[in-house]
Design a protein around this ligand. Structure first.
Ligand code: ADP
Length: 225
């Protein structure tokens, strides 16, 4: 039986986090916990939280740490995540969230933090052509659309451009990534949890690299790595 995993995936917008996290969640048979997808679900269902979150998300702003961590804490407390683990996508995004996550996952901790590395020159191109399913969040691009008429191959939902994939909101998200999220690379490196992986190339090639990095790293006792 393939062991589960307790994984965080970091990477700037357009690094391919969403695509890789879905694949990793299937590979390790653990839930894909994406804060972006959860928040878009709240917006779509017009919950009071979703209504307040929408304009901040459309502008590329970060939502308050305490609200995000309450949502993540609730999801990670569910049976599937407690039992086999999780692939956490989109959180933590600030040092305060990383500290909050440390408390949530105590006493087991995280197995690993993958940092999906990609050049900023590539991400603008990827984000401009990105299209997503409004129902399940599956990712497509103008170069690799769904098989039929912008209808999701996975669930039949409508495939659209995200509201926050405008040039302005993308720039704001990338700035916030540098200011708030990039420092987490050093933070997790100091805790000996970080594994950098090259995020360029085909999705299959990147998945092979990530799974290889996770499996290699898991064979080495932390104290010897
Ligand atoms: P991206 O990585 O392309 O910016 P996500 O789908 O991860 O997109 O997130 C979309 C938006 O949801 C963010 O721009 C932000 O407004 C909000 N969001 C998601 N995760 C978090 C988080 N951990 N903390 C604060 N805001 C978040």
């Amino acid at each position: 039986m393939i062991p589960g995993v307790r994984l965080v995936v970091l990477g700037k917008q357009g690094a391919g986090k969403g695509t890789q996290c879905v694949r990793l969640s299937h590979h390790y048979v653990v839930p894909h916990v994406s804060t972006g997808d959860m928040l878009r679900g709240e917006v779509k269902s017009k919950t009071p939280f979703g209504v307040r979150a929408q304009s901040m998300m459309d502008q590329g702003e970060l939502l308050p740490d305490d609200l995000v961590m309450e949502m993540v804490g609730g999801r990670l407390a569910e049976r599937d995540a407690r039992g086999r683990g999780f692939v956490l996508d989109g959180c933590p995004r600030t040092t305060a969230q990383a500290k909050g996550l440390e408390e949530i996952v105590h006493p087991f901790g995280l197995d690993l933090v993958i940092n999906l590395e990609i050049d900023t020159s590539l991400v603008m191109k990827r984000l401009a052509s990105r299209r997503v399913c409004v129902d399940c969040g599956a990712n497509y691009s103008t170069a690799a659309p769904p098989m039929v008429n912008w209808t999701c191959d996975v669930c039949g939902g409508e495939v659209v451009q995200r509201e926050d994939d405008t040039e302005e909101a993308i720039e704001r998200r990338l700035d916030l990534y540098e200011a708030e999220t990039a420092p987490l690379i050093a933070w997790y490196s100091e805790r000996d949890l970080l594994v950098p992986v090259n995020g360029t190339g085909s999705p299959d090639a990147v998945t092979r690299r990530v799974v290889g990095a996770i499996d290699t790293r898991r064979q080495i006792p932390r104290s010897l790595s």
